[in-house]
Ligand binder design. Structure first.
Ligand code: HEC
Length: 456
């Protein structure tokens, strides 16, 4: 069965690995249970309609396709211009849509080498996507306060609805005809995917709506920052019930295909299984060490997938919450900056979330730092830099790194995609650059487990 090597972060060639149309064998119990490969917070998980593949998206700017039965990466979709906030399969199961931080949608066919069709759907961050209808149609939500519906064939826009506040959630009903959307002010709207009637709108949550899901019977579930899950009778425009159990905001919500269960994940790290008819009490399924940002239920209702800040997608039995097979350690990478007494180590923690020290570490949002000193800007092979950084006539050394930290990326290399990082205190800059030099010089020759930068 799949071994450790099969679970290594290196993506397999997509074409060779895809097209697995055979019967679904289930060696899940023997294999490890986790999908390991993302290098940062995982924000979105969906399972394909046939239950065979999983699509995830996260802050390392990638979307990843996995074989659920074998826990094997099938493809890594890079070049999404910033963190990925939402992903979805199209009904053909072959194409996927990825929502980006810059407001773009990208339509990929991972089994081919075709570049994605990409278009600007929102002026700023695209936060959520849903797919439905025979055409098929893609619904997207954005921080620009709008929801838009697109023809998947050519990316043309068919509807745009103004919410009046940043839109944080969309969900297409199982019949593919209705769409629900929710915004940061707690408003929910339900409208026809094909357009026409004015949307039904109501105030669903005291604070922002974080996630929406439809039951197969056409009830709508909503989750919010206020920590509540609500079940709505959409046609009767009334609330059926409120479910409470999380301590703080709910970040993720998924409805099971049986119409009887739903799962939520919260900032409190809890995963809760709810009885939607309310005939059984809800159950605490699991507790993550960190906030849970994404949950999904496999279409056969057997598996629960969840992920969050620890970057690992965990697979559990929905019935018990027990992990399926052995669980993975969070990461094997050494993190000397957590214990080093060097004054720059504390400052480096701000960088470590996005930059690794070795080329073979799990991918992060930024390029790796191996051999940084003396390296030309924009030189890591295979990393998808902004044109600005690629074209910058900069070689990284004590001086240029100091300038980068003093001025901030947006001033030092205008057009760079690195988010605001700036230090005011010259001593801090000196300490960080010094520590960077120690760390990246130590690792330039490859990872050495015994390496102790602080002993220098
Ligand atoms: C939230 C993610 C994030 C954080 C945090 C972050 N960076 Fe970056 N960094 C990036 C991205 C993305 C790029 C690539 C930018 C581009 O292509 O324009 C980058 C590029 C760089 C580069 C250029 C590397 C090269 O190959 O040319 C340096 C140097 C750098 N960052 C230093 C730092 C330091 C030092 C810190 C901590 C103080 C830091 N970064 C924190 C995301 C981040």
């Amino acid at each position: 069965v799949s071994d450790r090597a099969a679970r290594s972060p290196a993506p397999r060639p997509a074409r060779a690995a895809l097209g697995l149309t055979g019967a679904l064998t289930m060696p899940l119990v023997e294999a490890g249970a986790d999908l390991v490969g993302h290098g940062g917070l995982v924000r979105a998980i969906v399972v394909s309609a046939d239950g065979q593949r999983v699509l995830t998206g996260g802050f390392d700017s990638t979307a990843r396709l996995w074989d659920l039965a074998l826990q094997r990466p099938l493809a890594t979709l890079t070049g999404n211009a910033g963190p990925v906030h939402a992903v979805a399969f199209l009904p053909d199961g072959q194409r996927v849509v990825v929502a980006g931080d810059d407001g773009s949608l990208a339509l990929w066919a991972p089994a081919t080498s075709d570049p994605p069709r990409r278009w600007r759907a929102h002026a700023v961050r695209a936060t959520a996507v849903g797919v439905g209808g025979a055409d098929p149609l893609i619904a997207s939500a954005g921080w620009d306060g709008t929801v838009a519906v697109w023809h998947a064939i050519d990316g043309s826009e068919s509807i745009r609805v103004d919410h009046g506040a940043a839109v944080t959630a969309v969900a297409v009903a199982a019949d593919g005809r209705r769409l629900a959307s929710g915004d940061r002010e707690g408003r929910i709207r339900v409208w026809a995917l094909a357009g026409g009637d004015a949307p039904a709108a109501w105030h669903g949550h005291a604070l922002g709506v974080t996630a929406l899901a439809w039951t197969p019977d056409g009830d709508l579930l909503s989750a919010g920052i206020d920590g509540a899950v609500r079940i709505w009778d959409v046609d009767g425009r009334r609330e059926r019930r409120t479910l409470e159990g999380h301590d703080g905001p709910i970040l993720a919500l998924a409805a099971a295909a049986d119409g009887r269960h739903a799962v939520t994940g919260g900032r409190d790290g809890q995963i809760i299984l709810w009885s939607v008819p309310g005939t059984e009490p809800h159950r605490w399924l699991a507790r993550h060490p960190s906030p849970v940002w994404a949950v999904a239920v496999s279409p056969d209702g057997r598996f629960l997938l969840s992920a969050g800040a620890d970057a690992v997608v965990r697979v559990r039995w929905l019935a018990t919450g027990e992990p399926v097979g052995e669980t993975s350690p969070e990461t094997a990478e050494p993190k000397p900056w957590l214990t080093s007494p060097h004054p720059g180590a504390r400052l480096f923690r701000a960088c470590a979330g996005c930059h690794t020290l070795t080329p073979d570490a799990l991918r992060r949002a930024g390029p790796h730092f191996a051999g940084l000193f003396g390296r030309r800007a924009g030189a890591v092979d295979g990393y998808d830099y902004s044109p600005a950084l690629m074209g910058a006539a900069v070689v990284w050394d004590r001086h240029t790194l100091g300038e980068l930290m003093r001025k901030g990326p947006e001033e030092f290399v205008p057009g760079s995609r690195m988010p605001l990082q700036r230090l005011d205190n010259p001593e801090d800059i000196e300490a960080l650059v010094d520590y960077l030099q120690i760390l990246t010089t130590a690792t330039a020759a490859g990872p050495r487990p015994e390496w102790r930068p602080e002993s220098r």
